[in-house]
Design a protein around this ligand. Structure first.
Ligand code: ZN
Length: 397
């Protein structure tokens, strides 16, 4: 199996019209002047005004009723195990709950919560390949879980990375959660991973749970992983000075997570803004974890960063969509022709003080989700988890 990309479903032609606000996911132009999106078999074919789009002979027509449409949210940092189950909090159905929070793609930062997780190199590789296959074949609620992220251990050699890449592994779990903690060792393995097309992320900050380690800014910079995993700590953050060094001292992705230090997360985004590099900011929950599972975690991050960070909501939505898609080379996350038809339809929550969706998020409220679509297929309608939206889209046919 060479191609780890989940197989797109055949959804036929889908027309979504009467969109009140089209969030593109693209930082350079976060709002599009369009009210209609058309997709065919799970790929966007047209974005524009209704009168200019070919809307005939659709298998599914959705009247957005003036709701906002955003690319499906991407959680850049999750710790799945197998199926829709997490042993960390003994919970079933957590991924389906995140779908109800607008998340359509999740990226594993390591399946580290597996009881009895193997630490020997053969076991590490076998488990990564198994996790990649299992989530390729099984998508809870339609959510794409990009998993199979091995925790690197001392003794791994270049051939191990070549083997895993050949067998479909595309991600490394958080560097630092295994026995490789020194910068020079991590640097070598991250470079081998990169050579074979495996993307890497590194644990930043204090230990998460007993057994994981402390990784400071010098180690993060030396290792040079593609993603500065939870720059705001998971949970314990580095001193703000070190966070500044990370933002200014390299060009790698700045990942801010829900289960980290919110104050430090705000600081990292402030620095990214100051240096004109907001395109590096991506969001994750770092869940399931000791802090639990957060079905609305990405929405909560968006509302927190927009309100406390004093940033337009449409900009912050890009952190959880287009920025992550571009950083991680995914074909979702942006509303443009050719991209995957993964969408969230939402409106301001009932009784929010904000006059519309963007104002309500800027004021710190969560939006109400009315529908989530993955690969052009409606996966949920009114969310069971968000506050109720003022307006809700309707399936017309
Ligand atoms: Zn971590």
């Amino acid at each position: 199996m060479a191609d780890p990309t989940p197989v797109p479903a055949t959804a036929g032609k889908v027309v979504i019209r009467n969109i009140g606000l089209l969030l593109s996911g693209a930082l350079e132009r976060p709002i599009l002047d369009a009210d209609t999106v058309v997709s065919v078999d799970g790929r966007i074919t047209q974005v524009g005004k209704y009168k200019d789009c070919d809307t005939g002979a659709a298998r599914t027509t959705i009247d957005a009723k003036g709701c906002a449409l955003s690319p499906g949210l991407i959680d850049s940092h999750v710790h799945p195990v197998f199926g829709d189950w997490t042993p960390r909090q003994s919970q079933l159905g957590w991924i389906d709950s995140y779908l109800n929070g607008g998340v359509t793609t999740m990226i594993s930062a390591g399946e580290v919560h597996l009881p009895g997780r193997p630490r020997d190199i053969v076991g590490v590789k076998a488990m990564a390949i198994t996790a990649q296959r299992a989530f390729y074949n099984f998508r809870p609620g339609g959510v794409k879980v990009l998993a199979g992220a091995p925790t690197i251990e001392k003794g791994m050699v270049e051939q191990d990375f070549a083997d895993m890449a050949r067998d479909g592994v595309k991600l490394l779990g958080e560097v630092g959660l295994g026995t490789v903690k020194a910068g020079y060792e991590a640097k070598q393995m991250v470079a081998w991973a990169r050579k074979y097309g495996i993307q890497s992320t590194i644990h930043t900050g204090g230990p998460s749970v007993p057994g994981s380690g402390y990784i400071d800014a010098d180690t993060v910079l030396e290792a040079d992983a593609d993603v500065i995993g939870h720059i705001n700590g998971g949970h314990t953050a580095l001193p703000l000075k070190q966070i500044e060094c990370l933002c200014e001292g390299c060009g790698r992705a700045i990942e801010v997570v829900h289960n980290g230090n919110e104050y430090a997360g705000l600081h990292a985004v402030k620095i990214a803004k100051q240096i004109g590099q907001l395109e590096r900011v991506i969001l994750g929950t770092d869940s399931p974890a000791g802090s639990g599972v957060q079905p609305l975690g990405i929405l909560r991050m968006i509302a927190m960063l927009s309100s406390f960070g004093d940033m337009p909501a449409e900009t912050v939505f890009c952190f959880a969509t287009g920025n992550t898609a571009r950083t991680r080379d995914l074909d979702c996350g942006l509303i443009e022709v050719g991209r995957v038809a993964d969408f969230v339809l939402m409106d301001r929550a009932q009784h929010s003080a904000g006059r519309d969706l963007l104002a309500s998020v800027r004021g710190g409220d969560l939006p109400g989700i009315g529908m989530v679509i993955i690969d052009g297929i409606v996966r949920c309608q009114r969310s069971r988890n968000t506050p109720p939206a003022e307006r809700v889209p309707e399936l017309v046919a």
